[in-house]
Design a binder for this molecule. Sequence first.
Ligand SMILES: NC(=O)c1ccc[n+]([C@@H]2O[C@H](COP(=O)([O-])OP(=O)(O)OC[C@H]3O[C@@H](n4cnc5c(N)ncnc54)[C@H](OP(=O)(O)O)[C@@H]3O)[C@@H](O)[C@H]2O)c1
Length: 407
Amino acid sequence: MTDTPRIVPAGSLPELGVVPEQMHAYAIRPERFGPPRSSFALEELPVWDLRPGEVLVAVMAAGINYNGIWAGLGKPVDVLAKHGGDFHIAGSDASGVIWALGPDVHDVDVGDEVVVHCNHLLAPGVNERQLIWGYETPDGSFAQFARVQRQQILDKPEHLTWEEAASYGLVYYTAHRMLVDRAMLQPGEDVLIWGGAGGLGVFATQLCAAMGARGIAVVSSDEKAKLATSLGAFATINRKEFPDLQYRDGMTETETRAHREAIKAFGKRIWDILGEKKGPDVVFEHVGKSTFPASVFLANPFGRIVICGATTGYNLTFDVRHLWMKQKRIIGSHFADADSAGRANRLMMQKKIKPVMTQMFSWNEIPEAHQAMFENKLHGTVSCLVGSPRAGLKNFDETRRAHAKAA
Ligand SMILES: NC(=O)c1ccc[n+]([C@@H]2O[C@H](COP(=O)([O-])OP(=O)(O)OC[C@H]3O[C@@H](n4cnc5c(N)ncnc54)[C@H](OP(=O)(O)O)[C@@H]3O)[C@@H](O)[C@H]2O)c1
């Protein structure tokens, strides 16, 4: 029988099913709140005890998301105050191997290769009683072991590496939910996608193409335009050509006029792209304050503005006349549930949607990876290795062999 180790080195694993007492993890604590470079720190922490309906996942790779940045900043929400823990382990995306089963879990096995969706349920099936795992719960994926509910487990697409499989969940399932379930996108419709080469945007762009809609991806560089085009964008617009389009609090009268003109010029560009005098049927929003007035103005009559975030500020100002006179709708959307995440993951397994992992980081680079996202220096999605000893591994057998070779 194997002795249970107190802890194993980062980037290695004990024998399948053997759970060490402690694990290496990146912890956020209130005294370190601030930019990611300072808020994420390596610690040794106890491996989670499992409650009924939970499983322990040995994390092979983890995806980097914006919510790790929010958690580390401690604002607008202090997530530690919310979940009541002493520390917070961020990370809402993981690929890995089921390592232990909690009470009442019977339909998955130790050794199963999985990806995790981040909808942690407080009550079965009721979407408004959800928490975002790894943001509103303290047990996320920037650790050797993560604790998740059984219902968060999805099959890992076999054709993807651990790092690819960890890269897409949160943003892809969110984008899928926004367009498919909330905005009810129809074939033939036109969609304006802010941040069309960002985390959410690369999947919104692909989904539009897959669903027969025309996605216009807004980007801020030629490199990002190239990426969006390669993912099936019908057209791209570089927002740097329209600097006055950005809304800011306290704009002077002259600036307000320039802002209005910039939005109109942007709308004219959309008409030129579409070859008709119409706006987008759906505006894919997550930028918030800076772009929201433009989103409401630009949407076609009866159009939908679907929003899941507000990177630039959540107190939104817009001219509501454009909303009521043209009978437009604003639709809120927040992540996804097991059903819609499962539907989206099936498209990934069928290779109809592909991951867009533009960069991979090592375990030691997790704070820097978040810092780069914080500074808008990344595009697509990025992930980092946790238990997988190197890039390119796709399953546990390969991983075990790579560990043995490295030992
Ligand atoms: N509620 C949910 O379930 C949920 C899920 C996922 C994400 N979110 C939120 O959604 C937001 C975006 O997430 P993400 O992962 O896609 O982030 P990301 O990878 O950083 O991409 C965001 C994109 O927004 C664009 N952008 C940034 N500032 C802008 C501005 N001032 N004007 C226009 N565009 C701007 C950038 O594209 P360009 O510079 O190329 O234009 C950037 O690529 C975050 O606030 C996140 O917290 C919410």
